[in-house]
Design a protein. Structure first.
Length: 363
């Protein structure tokens, strides 16, 4: 069986260019599409894409549903759905390609779909409960801070609490992007990997946890005065790993002046921090929900809109609907306490919410 088909590789490269430059897809997304197309070719034995037909589509779908992941378990239905979508979109594009038009059975493309019920199941997800501020503070207080690496890790945890930046943006921030005097972060899309490459100005939400602000400011001072960070140095540099003359092994030896390639190390340090205080792992993204739910209880409508923009959301309803969902216990408690809330708080009026929903629906 051939390892690749040169004719297929040419057209796959053309499709990659179309996704990157024609549809402006993120390179990570395009790599995932490429991997899914490779999987399809593995199934067909790298047959020419011109052989695609309804029978091939149906048997590929059946074959895919029987494949297993690295843990020996069947692929999740969401993975199957994602793979089929990638392959289907590719053949939809190929069906109008000048060299493949009339050679690809366009009607067969629709066979690369799950049933309606399977699609609904694939899109379903269990709501993840975010940590409470008390849990975050408990974890933060327990984190060691003797070495440079420990200081950095604790500062990352604290920084995430009061800014709620996305983890991929966090590892691409530079020292110059944070203004200690103004307590602001400029997520510059030219340098920082923000979602959708939006420019975002974020202010520390100091009121949520003053301790976290203190730790972040201490880190900035330490980075400037002791570590001698320059403006273009990473705000949170990756660990410097070098060979030890004593052990002849590679060991962590302080901090480098390089960015982490991705947010994987941040998630690992979060796992270790929560494990140290016997709490379940909460991924960095859940911190955004924690702050949103805190804001629901403590902010006026005007302030809640500011929190929404702080997170980089264009619409407050995105924050309200996607990040501020109450647990069942919180729902029951809130209903029981209707009329007992702080009268000084200006709750979001229902007519304003409905107006926003209507505006969003018309788009």
């Amino acid at each position: 069986m051939p390892e690749y088909n040169p004719v297929n590789e040419v057209v796959k490269k053309q499709y990659e260019e179309a996704l990157l430059h024609g549809k402006c897809r993120d390179p990570k997304t395009v790599r995932a599409v490429w991997n899914n197309l490779n999987l399809f070719e593995d199934f067909t034995g790298h047959a020419d894409f011109k052989t695609f037909n309804a029978e091939q589509a149906k048997t590929f779908k059946a074959w895919l549903e029987k494949q297993k992941n690295k843990d020996g378990e069947l692929l999740s239905i969401s993975t199957v759905r994602s793979t089929l979508n990638s392959v289907r979109e590719f053949f939809e594009w190929l069906a109008i390609h000048p060299q493949y038009v009339r050679k690809i059975d366009g009607r067969a493309v629709q066979y690369l779909r799950l049933s309606d019920n399977a699609n609904r199941a694939a899109r379903a997800s269990r709501e993840k409960t975010p940590p409470t501020l008390e849990e975050l503070e408990k974890t933060l207080k327990a984190m060691p801070h003797g070495t440079d690496i420990e200081k950095r890790d604790r500062a990352i945890f604290a920084f995430m609490i009061i800014t709620c930046v996305r983890d991929d943006a966090l590892v691409s921030l530079k020292r110059k992007h944070v203004n200690a005097d103004d307590r602001t972060v400029w997520q510059d899309p030219k340098l920082v990997r923000t979602k959708g490459r939006k420019g975002i100005v974020t202010r520390f939400v100091v009121q949520a946890m003053p301790l976290a602000e203190e730790i972040v400011l201490d880190w900035l001072k330490y980075a400037d005065e002791v570590l001698k960070f320059q403006p273009n140095d990473p705000l949170f540099p990756k660990t410097l790993v070098q060979s030890s003359a004593e052990t002849m092994c590679f060991e962590a030896q302080g901090l480098s002046r390089e960015h982490w390639a991705n947010a994987g190390p941040v998630r690992e340090l979060f796992k270790a921090a929560f494990k140290a205080v016997s709490l379940p792992y909460y991924n960095p993204h859940l911190f955004r929900k924690t702050i949103c739910k805190w804001a629901l209880k403590n902010c006026t409508q005007y302030e809640y809109k500011a929190i929404s923009q702080n997170l980089g959301h264009e619409h407050a309803m995105t924050t309200y609907n996607s990040y501020a969902k109450l647990t069942e216990d919180e729902q029951l408690e809130a209903v029981s306490n209707i009329g007992l809330a702080n009268p000084n708080l200006q709750n979001i009026p229902m007519d304003a919410l409905l107006k926003e929903v209507g505006r969003r629906t018309k788009k």
